[in-house]
Ligand binder design. Structure first.
Ligand code: ZN
Length: 49
């Protein structure tokens, strides 16, 4: 019975964007998406000028 799929043994912890509903495999992907697609800044001060 060695017929299992090779890459589906991970506990799928998915992160969903609360703004558009897209689902990502990691919080990092979600954060990157938010910044790129929604222009949302992370908890980092955006350059004090
Ligand atoms: Zn989004």
């Amino acid at each position: 019975m060695g017929f299992a799929a090779s890459s589906s043994n991970k506990p799928s912890k998915q992160e969903r964007c609360s703004l558009c509903g897209r689902v990502f495999n990691s919080a990092e992907d979600l954060n990157a998406h938010k910044q790129l697609d929604h222009g949302e800044q992370s908890h980092e001060p955006a350059g004090v000028s």
